[in-house]
Design a protein around this ligand. Structure first.
Ligand code: SF4
Ligand code: SF4
Length: 352
């Protein structure tokens, strides 16, 4: 089976093609002003790269800033979930992710299965983003891909009090006019961005293993500065810029598996002279997370023991459901949360 993940970021559009669990093609384009056109060209390049055509792709999931503008995607997921899933494929031990994108920066925690457990985001200011570094590279007239290496050559970094895009640009131009070396200006800016990134990371749980994803993670100078601040060596995947697209492709694989699997709904309850009342659990959708077990005020659910069910209704309660469970609507009124609201997979239904 072939799965595609499409990540339309604010500056770059990335794509990954998976055959089962193997990456068979990747593509990166500038996003440009027309996301729809970009996403079409991206998919064509992606499938051509593997010697395939579009109809060979079984399932496509989009992510990123422009994910809703991918006309052929069957579903979309947030870039935060996609990055966590993508990095988990490379390094299941990673618990902290710094995603440095074109227009924002995110610190993310994930668990051993690549599920997001916490995140914070800085999207209010361009400072420290890919766009900011592009602007500085233009001002200093150096290639964007070289700024990190140039910064590493500095002997006396210039301290920057701000990485506000407007003020930092003005300061950089002023230093340039005074004859300060480009390497020292860049080293100062890299230092300021790394401090800001570290402050963002401190707002989540900074745990090993740690990684950096997004386009800026290709900048060796930036990675070195951040490593110095967090006192951890980041685990970097082959191309950290593709991590979100890989995550989307992995979501595509999961969703296709679920869609192809036969429905297996297990119904519990009764239908007799007193009326009918049923709770149904779709075992194909259920991940076994156990949240419904913890949340149900009537203690109706338990971990599955029979026939491979992940969660089930307690055997001794099956004929008392109409007494114990006031029904989804009633339960919603009395409780802020209930089995429906905690089940992210929409696996539970009630009927009466
Ligand atoms: S909350 Fe939903 S996914 Fe989690 S165990 Fe219950 S039915 Fe399954
Ligand atoms: S609706 Fe409320 S009482 Fe009924 S099974 Fe769900 S959480 Fe339990």
């Amino acid at each position: 089976m072939i799965y595609a993940g499409i990540d339309i970021g604010s500056r770059a559009a990335k794509a990954v093609l998976l055959e089962d669990n193997t990456i068979i093609s990747t593509a990166i384009h500038d996003t440009g002003p027309e996301s729809v056109k970009t996403s079409e060209a991206l998919l064509d390049g992606l499938v051509n790269g593997a010697g395939l055509v579009r109809k060979d792709v079984d399932y496509i999931v989009a992510t990123g800033y422009g994910r809703v503008l991918v006309p052929y995607a069957i579903e979309n997921v947030s870039e935060i979930s996609a990055h966590a899933k993508g990095i988990n494929w490379y390094f299941p031990s990673v618990r902290t992710i710094l995603d440095m994108g074109g227009q924002d920066c995110k610190a993310i925690n994930c668990d051993e299965r690549g599920n997001v457990t916490n995140f914070v985001m800085n999207d209010k200011c361009a400072g420290g983003t890919g766009r900011f570094l592009e602007m500085i590279a233009e001002v200093l007239n150096v290639p964007l891909g070289e700024i990190g290496n140039i910064a590493l050559g500095s002997t006396s970094a210039i301290p920057f009090n701000t990485i506000c895009a407007v003020f930092a640009k003005t300061e950089a131009i002023a230093y340039l006019r005074k004859g300060v070396a480009r390497s020292d200006i860049l080293a100062g800016l890299h230092e300021a961005i790394s401090v800001r990134s570290y402050n963002l990371l401190k707002r989540v749980s900074l745990e090993e293993d740690f990684t950096i994803t997004g386009g800026i993670s290709k900048n060796r100078g930036m990675v070195a500065k951040i490593e110095e601040k967090v006192q951890m060596t980041p685990r970097l995947c082959d191309d950290p810029q593709l991590c979100g697209a890989l995550g989307a492709a992995l979501f595509a694989r999961d969703r296709a598996d679920k869609a192809a699997a036969p429905m297996m709904k297990v119904q519990y309850g009764h239908d007799d002279g007193s009326g009918s009342f049923f709770i149904t659990i779709d075992q194909q959708l259920c991940t076994g997370c156990g949240k419904c077990i913890d949340i149900c005020p009537a203690g109706i659910f338990t971990t599955g023991k029979e026939h491979g069910q992940k969660v089930e209704v307690k055997e001794e309660l099956r004929k008392k459901l109409s007494l114990l469970c006031p029904g989804f609507k009633t339960c919603s009124t009395g409780n802020a949360v209930n089995c429906h609201s905690v089940c992210g997979e929409n696996a539970i239904s009630h009927s009466w």
